[in-house]
Design a protein around this ligand. Structure first.
Ligand code: GLA
Length: 485
């Protein structure tokens, strides 16, 4: 198959969709990386960041595509007399530029944080009014990524224009530096960034901060009703289901180079069960959210490693079509948990090459068999069974079927086995190359998962789904020849 470069692909998709993304050429697929905030908050420093970066290389995350190491809030120590930000010298003895060159030497990229306000959320110096100076400084430090928050914005929001202008000021300043810097907006969905941010930013947060909980309601992020429309405020302590049930309304606004950001991953941070972590990771991948890990890399356990390193899930996240799943249906169920939640949902979306990704979400407390008709799965391509795909026979692949076992994962963590990601680094270790830029070939169990069933025309896909879990399935038409080995 002929290789297609990322930029050619983006150009083609832009022509197809008629929309124009920010033209810095970045985030053609959702960005993958690691961020300091959830585990280290204001205790970030050079040592913990370099330790994490080194683990990201040694454990094989880098080979799987995780690329950005992002410093969140609390890195600075005010401004100097010329108005330039100063790094905290105790936390960063080599300076941020020194740290950046060490991270670059590992083959990774570096992100930094500020706020489109007078202060950051943790009350450090913000960038409002200092956009050009700050962008210039970061470019001189060879920064590759900016996460730009919304605290202390001086009331300059409340209409899309106010938010756009404030965030565009930084976008322009970044462009002016001439350095490609991925621009990750973090205004928690205020004023509907999915409607105005795609020409100025590579991604935008869709709601408040993701708390390390599955569905617990929180006074700071209210959403007690099953009807997601009641989740009115962005909030800042939001559960996985709360964030998900807000994000469903604007999935179609994202496209290559411009993504809905459902917030950083909580996998490995202790608050979610194994099944909940699988569901969270699967859904964020299927929604084409950026995937920023936040776990303590030096203490990673086997289950966390085998979730974050499932290449078949990453292949869905990084699918070159860049199209999110949509929610097809949502139903309440009787088996509610102590938080009063219980619901099931079906999501479905297109992948490059005619494949389809299907997510069956079981938010009940009982494992259950779930069904999805081809008519529902292809609803977006034509309602009520009118889509041509409904007339075809499909093979069903379970994307989680080849999850690494704990023994292998522990051996990788202890340094006694070759990291999983090395399979995808052909030059270094002679394995098969990682090819997210093309649809996975039939039989590539690392990227496809395993075939578990076939479905006849007008048939129904069935899966057993764990409580608070998902079935993540990849469907391929039996008539599809073009991807076969
Ligand atoms: C906000 C953001 C978080 C994090 C903190 C840092 O709450 O939404 O992701 O960056 O600020 O203070």
């Amino acid at each position: 198959m002929r290789a297609v470069s990322a930029s050619t692909l983006l150009a083609r998709l832009v022509t197809l969709t008629g929309v124009v993304a920010l033209d810095n050429g970045l985030a053609v697929t959702p960005q993958l990386g690691w961020n300091t905030w959830n585990s280290f908050a204001c205790s970030l420093n050079e040592t913990v960041i370099l330790n994490a970066a080194q683990r990201i290389v040694d454990l094989g995350f880098k080979d799987l595509g995780y690329e950005y190491i992002v410093l969140d809030d609390c890195w600075s120590a005010g401004r100097n007399s010329s108005g330039y930000l100063i790094a905290n010298a105790t936390k960063f003895p080599s300076g941020i530029d020194g740290l950046a060159s060490k991270i670059h030497a590992l083959g990774l990229k570096v992100g930094i944080y500020s706020s489109a306000g007078t202060l950051t959320c943790a009350r450090y110096s913000g960038s409002l009014g200092y956009e050009e100076k700050d962008a210039e400084l970061w470019a001189s430090w060879e920064i590759d990524y900016l996460k730009y928050d919304n605290c202390y914005n001086q009331g300059e929001e409340g209409t899309p224009k106010l938010s756009y202008d404030r965030y565009n000021a930084m976008g322009q300043a970044l462009n002016k530096t001439g350095r490609p810097i991925l621009y990750s907006m973090c205004n928690w969905g205020s004023d509907g960034p999915w409607n105005f941010a795609s020409t100025i930013a590579n991604s935008w947060r869709t709601s408040g901060d993701l708390l390390n909980t599955w569905d617990r309601d929180d006074a700071n992020c209210p959403c007690a009703e099953l009807d997601g429309l009641d989740c009115k405020t962005p909030g800042f302590r939001c559960s996985v289901l709360n964030v998900l049930n807000k994000a469903v309304y604007y999935v179609s606004k994202a496209f290559p180079g411009a993504w809905n950001d459902l917030d950083m991953l909580q996998v490995g941070n202790g608050g979610l069960s194994d099944q909940e972590s699988i569901a969270h990771f699967s859904l964020w991948a299927a929604f084409k959210s950026p995937l920023l890990m936040t776990n303590v890399m030096t203490k990673i356990d086997a289950q966390t490693l085998s979730i974050l390193q499932n290449p078949a899930v990453l292949a869905i996240s990084q699918d070159p079509m860049g199209s999110s799943v949509s929610r097809i249906w949502r139903h309440p169920v009787a088996d509610v948990d102590a938080n009063g939640y219980g619901e099931i949902q079906l999501f479905s979306g297109n992948l490059m090459g005619g494949d389809q990704v299907v997510v069956l979400l079981n938010g009940g407390t009982q494992a259950r068999e779930m069904n999805a008709t081809l008519e529902d799965i292809f609803w977006e391509s034509g309602v009520a069974g009118t889509a041509s795909q409904v007339q075809q026979a499909w093979d069903v692949y379970d994307v989680w079927a080849n999850r690494m076992d704990n023994e292998t994962a522990n051996a990788i963590i202890n340094g006694t086995a070759v990291p999983a990601g090395s399979r995808f680094n052909a030059t270094a270790r002679g394995g098969a190359p990682r090819v997210y830029s093309q649809p996975p070939v039939v039989g590539d169990r690392w990227l496809m998962g395993s075939k578990v069933a076939s479905v006849q025309p007008r048939g129904t896909v069935t899966a057993r789904v764990a409580a608070h879990g998902v079935a993540l399935l990849r469907l391929r038409a039996q008539s599809s020849k073009k991807n076969e080995l």
